[in-house]
Design a protein around this ligand. Structure first.
Ligand code: NAD
Ligand code: GLY
Length: 359
């Protein structure tokens, strides 16, 4: 049975199933749920090569009709042309309103597939099988979907919830170490924003987590999904509370963009989390001791905690102003007030922002 976390959104509610080895059971579970007549499994070329056959066999063994369609991996392919190409493939293969999509992959695949499901024939069901840690703890849950345009990341998209999320931690074994660390930055984020006990657990269990110990990883992924589900249940469309999930993201995104996207998202977020912890100290909201604990956990996990040398502070500040979380020209920050609590404010001194970016 494994662990089940429920996302309660009325008629759009869905379960998140977490279990080692779940990949081979997905066919029989999906068959029972009777969500769609036929499925298109959408995956990037890398993940399709690693897990496509295993999933297609599980579906075929259970008598679930499915086709595998792929696109080239990488954020640079998360754009409207990929959506158009995949939609054409669906149409050519006769997929109709009774059919559904399965996202097999990381956050790029999940965002693309969710958006495609939302717009193909004005909306067909979809399910998520996240294969990166970041996707398992964050992007597969909560229904944000979309693609990038040259003017910015995720600027075209919509909220569209999946019918079920299947998480098999076994797939993390093939994930490069850097991608694991990127996902762990989002995991630490949950501890800082809402759960001090979880923060302590992450500090205690660092070695087991980095070694991908099954029992510990399942607990960690499940807790992150519970926290995300609870936030999304209260504020599905980011009218207020959901913005706390952007902790570390305002400065993080600016650093990510200034690196020309060479720094992966999660590691840029680690830098962003440390920067806003310092900003919270300068703003008189957080104790120096708590900020040092945030810095320490980031460093202990082996993530970068400072803006890499050679990056232009003015360029980072420029990106801050164009962030999509900017409202009415004001840059908002999610600032910790203690471990496990945050506040959202635009009331920070420009000189303090300069200080944390220069540091
Ligand atoms: P990704 O999907 O590009 O995956 C990273 C790399 O890992 C890819 O090259 C992929 O092919 C490879 N990969 C995936 N699973 C693997 C596995 N098990 N073994 C080996 N290789 C594997 O990136 P990501 O970090 O998963 O997601 C980042 C994306 O998620 C960004 O586009 C971001 O905007 C989006 N995101 C969305 C939300 C949301 O709420 N929708 C939240 C956070 C991030
Ligand atoms: N990753 C932020 C959110 O889903 O709201």
């Amino acid at each position: 049975m494994g662990t089940v976390v429920q996302v309660g959104l009325g008629e759009r509610s869905y379960p998140i199933l977490i279990k080692k080895g779940l990949m081979v059971e997905i066919g029989s579970d999906l068959k029972k749920r009777n969500i769609a007549k036929r499925w298109a499994v959408v995956s990037d070329d890398t993940v399709a090569g690693l897990y496509g056959e295993m999933l297609m066999k599980s579906l075929a063994d259970a008598g679930v009709e499915a086709e595998l369609i792929t696109f080239p991996h990488g954020e640079e392919n998360k754009h409207l042309q990929t959506i158009a190409g995949l939609a054409s493939k669906l149409a050519q293969q006769g997929f109709d309103r009774k059919d559904g999509l399965i996202a097999l992959g990381g956050g790029v695949t999940g965002d693309i597939t969710g958006f495609l499901a939302a717009v193909y024939m004005r909306g067909i069901p979809f399910v998520q099988i996240p294969t990166t840690l970041l996707a398992q703890v964050d992007s597969s849950v909560g229904g944000k979907t979309g693609v990038d345009i040259p003017e910015g990341k995720n600027l075209v998209g919509c909220f569209y919830q999946p019918g079920v999320v299947y998480i098999d931690p076994a797939v993390l074994q093939t994930l490069p170490k850097e991608e694991i660390l990127g996902g762990l930055a989002e995991v630490i984020k949950y501890g800082v924003i809402v759960d001090a006990d979880f923060f302590d657990y992450l500090a205690d269990k660092k070695d087991e987590i980095l070694a991908l110990d099954d029992e510990v990883i399942i607990k960690v992924v499940a807790r992150c999904c519970e926290i995300k589900a609870s936030v999304v249940e209260q504020d599905e469309r980011e009218g207020g509370l959901r913005r706390i999930l952007n902790f570390g993201h305002t400065i993080g995104h600016a650093v990510e963009a200034a690196s020309g996207y060479r720094l992966i998202h999660g590691l840029a977020i680690a830098i962003g989390m440390r920067a806003v912890a310092d900003l919270a100290v300068y703003s008189g909201l957080l104790s120096k001791e708590a900020a040092l604990r945030i810095e320490k956990i980031i460093k202990d996990y082996g993530m970068p905690s400072a803006i890499p040398d050679g990056m232009d502070p003015d360029q980072i500040k420029g990106y801050l102003k164009t962030d999509k979380k900017t409202v009415g020209g004001k840059v908002f920050y999610v600032l910790p007030t203690e471990i496990g609590k945050v506040t959202i404010t635009d009331n920070v001194r420009e000189s303090d922002v300069d200080k944390v970016i220069a540091a």
